[in-house]
Design a protein around this ligand. Structure first.
Ligand code: DGL
Length: 258
């Protein structure tokens, strides 16, 4: 098969990356996608770097069996732990993600920007570099246990609202200028978070990541020539229930909050 007609691989520790896939299908409707959710090994965000690298490499090997032309790491944690190493090892485009601190910095004046991400992302070197450049006014909030709400399909439960209440209590009297959703799972919790942060811009990196994917494929002349809609294949190490949830989320629109 001509290289440009191969599918694009994408993966995450679970359902979070489906929010990236949704954006990718929207921007690149003619491409075929193979998405792998590593649900059996989730969460990545509370594991150490070496373990996440090991898991990410395993998933890349699985995706390679489908002869993908590029891989999107639809996970901030796995990007932080593994992208550089994987790019050294493999000779095809690997697109990663990072918390949207750069776009958030445009909102910063005299208040604070809250950055929500996994402990793994916030503890990583990549994040420390990002903070050096765009960290003014940023308060980093590691959120262990938060991705699990999205994994359970629990996007609006009393327990989730209690989590946000606890997390945000110390900042109730601060001027919050923006909040960064630095984990792809949190995109599915955006509507719930918006109720705790009314009229605060909630920023994720999905659109920018897919734009980079497009630009990279275009530069390599590897965008498909097909004109009909592409196919999406969902795979998971977590079995049928996990695939069913991924499928449901792929077809659910999240409201656009500012
Ligand atoms: N979705 C992943 C991210 O973007 C992490 C979730 C996890 O496995 O902890 O960071």
């Amino acid at each position: 098969m001509e290289r440009k007609e191969r599918p694009i691989g994408m993966f995450d520790s679970g359902v979070g990356g489906i929010s990236v896939l949704r954006e990718a299908v929207h921007q690149l409707p003619h491409e075929d996608f193979i998405f792998y959710g590593d649900t059996a090994h989730a969460p990545y965000g509370t594991k150490n770097r070496a373990d996440v690298l090991f898991l990410a490499r395993n998933v890349v090997e699985i995706l390679l069996q489908y002869e993908v032309k590029a891989i999107v790491i639809a996970c901030n944690t796995a990007t932080s732990a593994a992208a550089a190493e994987l790019r050294r090892q493999y000779d095809f485009p690997i697109i990663g993600m990072e918390p949207a601190l750069k776009p958030a910095s445009r909102f910063h004046q005299d208040g604070v920007v809250l950055s929500l991400a996994t402990p793994g992302t916030i503890g990583g070197e990549k994040y420390a570099d990002l903070l050096k450049r765009y960290g003014e006014g940023v308060i980093s909030l590691p959120c262990p246990g938060l991705m699990e709400f999205a994994e359970r399909g629990e996007m609006d439960s009393p327990a989730l609202h209690a989590y946000f209440d606890r997390l945000l209590a110390p900042y109730r009297n601060r001027k919050i200028e923006a909040a960064v959703l630095g984990c792809t799972h949190y995109v599915f919790l955006k509507d719930a978070l918006a109720r705790h942060l009314p009229s605060v811009p909630l920023l994720d990196g999905n659109e920018g990541t897919v734009r980079r994917l497009h630009d990279l494929l275009e530069a390599r002349d590897e965008l498909t020539d097909k004109t009909e809609n592409g196919q999406v294949t969902l795979l998971s190490s977590g079995g049928e229930d996990a695939v069913a949830l991924m499928n449901r989320l792929l077809h659910t629109e999240t409201k656009k909050v500012p």
